[in-house]
Design a protein around this ligand. Structure first.
Ligand code: FAD
Ligand code: COM
Length: 524
């Protein structure tokens, strides 16, 4: 279907996307300028966050990009199966959690577990997700003026040629932006009905689970496990590593970790750390349980009708590696330099296909880095340091060094923390931090009102790290990340001199001000 000269509104886009998704044989969607030079500056294979942002930037710089995507929409896995449903479910978990803790108190009605349905939330997501897709297709065509071929799998022919929708496209450069797919652990029984990963969960689940076993200890395991438990579906997380100590997470502060994981247990989640799933059992084709080897070596049988796999993702590298012979690391990621160049000249790789965190900031900025490099700029992207977050029923946010890391590197580490650890005080029941999103907890369930810690180098007075459990601090952490990683850093004096919008979710400005007057800093 050629839509080049048709201005589709959002409703028309929505309908086209839904119809294309529903029919495997649906036509490709072509938005191609047939009158322009047939050789593009770059073809982006994959129009997820990495490909879409890269192509848009290249176009903005005066280049001519083409995006090819197998799905009938742009934006990729984030709005379709990953970040967006994750945020929807995590927000539902936060609301459900509040309703459970305050059930029958104040204005909260008695909690009705029958109305907290996992299946219903998935249906809410499925029914609404194409609106964002429609907007991204519209924006990319009409506002960003990027050409694309959607609903068409690309076949890479060589480093300048791609086939899609029965046509051949050529470009001076190729940007591989094909993302990653969930991995399946090597456990017998995973073919049973009732076993899902984050992608198949939103596509296929067709019943209401009554209990859940999450396999894996990733962020996705903690986030989805917290949601399942919050709906009232008793959940067990089976993880080889301690939660938040998986190799993909860095700079996790131990006090923050303890607050988060204890909080999950307080809410009823069973965590089996150091445990290994041995087999998934089924009855009449449907999951009936999971055999787990505990850290002690003892095997236990967990009864369940729902298994959620959260064992990570593997980059989609096979096709590109087979055709182009690009270098791929032992961990299955395409090897790139800081400008996103692969080992093959003129071929770039971006997003989840390359090393580093599988996160949106890296996907989008690596796409932009490739675009700028292709357009002749010197551009390098170092993603070794970045702010991070996950959800339980809280938003958990961190940036910079943990306390333990700071103590390894600095002699005079100062901690500013809320609630403080003071032996003679009952700080568990201290209604602090008291902030937006935790006010009701602070007054009625003080032990649930969150945790925050600032790590400071006493000698230079520079902030080394910040750690937060609560709600709404993500925004501040984006800017804190920028400030503390500048060559000049951010001192406690500068932080304490900022203008807070009180009550604010993270209290570091006001807490820093209480200590900044001292020549020799002290813990708070
Ligand atoms: P994708 O978005 O996966 O895009 C790849 C595109 O390539 C797809 O559209 C695919 O159709 C296309 N493609 C592949 N092969 C071909 C081919 N041969 N021909 C044509 N097209 C092809 N990150 C955050 O920062 N915040 C979050 O809250 C967050 N939540 C997440 C929750 C979950 C459950 C998961 C799994 C991930 C989450 N992430 C989050 C990570 C984030 O989703 C990814 O890092 C990001 O989407 C990667 O973007 P990408 O463009 O590299 O890949
Ligand atoms: C966001 C997708 S969900 S994109 O990064 O705007 O393409």
């Amino acid at each position: 279907m050629d839509i080049r000269n048709t201005k589709l509104n959002l409703a028309a886009w929505n309908e086209l996307i839904e119809a294309s998704l529903a029919d495997e044989k649906s036509e490709p969607i072509l938005n191609i300028d047939g009158d322009a030079d047939p050789v593009y500056d770059a073809i982006f294979v994959g129009g997820g966050a990495a490909g879409r942002f890269g192509a848009a930037y290249l176009k903005a710089m005066g280049g001519r990009p083409l995006i090819v995507d197998a799905w009938p929409f742009l934006g990729g896995s984030c709005p379709h199966q990953a970040c967006v449903p994750h945020h929807l479910f995590s927000e539902a978990a936060e609301e459900l959690d509040r309703m459970r803790w305050f059930s029958g108190e104040m204005f909260f009605p008695p909690f009705d577990p029958a109305r907290a349905s996992i299946l219903e939330m998935v249906k809410v997501f499925r029914a609404g997700r194409s609106s964002a897709h429609a907007f991204m297709n519209w924006q990319t065509k009409e506002q960003l003026e990027v050409e694309y071929v959607l609903n068409a799998r690309a076949t890479i022919v060589d480093r300048t040629t791609v086939e899609a929708a029965g046509r051949r496209f050529t470009a001076r450069n190729l940007v591989l932006a094909m993302g990653a797919r969930p991995t399946k652990p090597d456990i017998p029984g995973l073919d049973a009905h009732g076993v899902y990963d984050f992608a198949t969960f939103v596509e296929d689940i067709d019943y209401e689970p009554t209990s859940c076993v999450v396999i894996g200890g990733s962020k996705v395991a903690m986030e989805y496990g917290s949601f399942f438990q919050a709906t009232g579906c008793p959940t067990t997380i089976v993880s080889r590593s301690p939660l938040m100590r998986t190799k993909n997470l860095h700079h996790v502060d131990e006090d923050l970790r303890r607050y988060v994981v204890d909080g999950m247990r307080k809410r009823g989640i069973t965590t089996l750390e150091g445990a290994q799933p041995v087999a998934v059992r089924s009855n009449d084709g449907h999951v009936s349980g999971v055999t787990v080897r505990l850290a002690s070596g003892r095997e236990v049988e967990l009864e369940t009708d729902f298994v959620f796999l959260a064992t990570g993702e593997r980059p989609t590298v096979d096709h590109a590696r087979d055709v182009l012979a690009i270098e791929v690391s032992d961990t299955g990621r395409v090897v790139v330099d800081r400008s996103m160049r692969t080992s093959v000249p003129g071929v770039y790789a971006v997003g989840d296909m390359i090393d580093g965190p599988m996160e949106m900031f890296k996907a989008r900025k690596s796409g932009v880095t490739a675009a700028r490099t292709i357009m002749g700029e010197h551009c390098e992207f170092d993603y070794s340091e970045f702010p991070d977050f996950l959800h339980t029923t809280y938003e958990v946010t961190w940036v910079g060094l943990s306390e333990a890391e700071a103590r390894e590197r600095y002699d005079d580490v100062i901690i500013i923390q809320m609630p403080p650890t003071v032996a003679e005080l009952d700080t568990v029941n201290l209604p602090l931090p008291c902030a937006e999103g935790t006010m009701l907890y602070a007054f009625r369930k003080p032990e649930l009102s969150g945790f925050q810690k600032l790590v400071v180098d006493g000698a230079s007075r520079k902030v080394l790290g910040a750690h937060h459990v609560g709600y709404g601090a993500k925004d501040a952490f984006q800017y804190l990340d920028y400030l503390i990683h500048r060559p000049e850093g951010l001192t406690i004096d500068e932080l304490g001199w900022m203008n807070e919008l009180f009550l604010n979710p993270e209290h570091f400005i006001q807490l820093s001000r209480l200590r900044a007057g001292r020549k020799r800093l002290e813990n708070l």
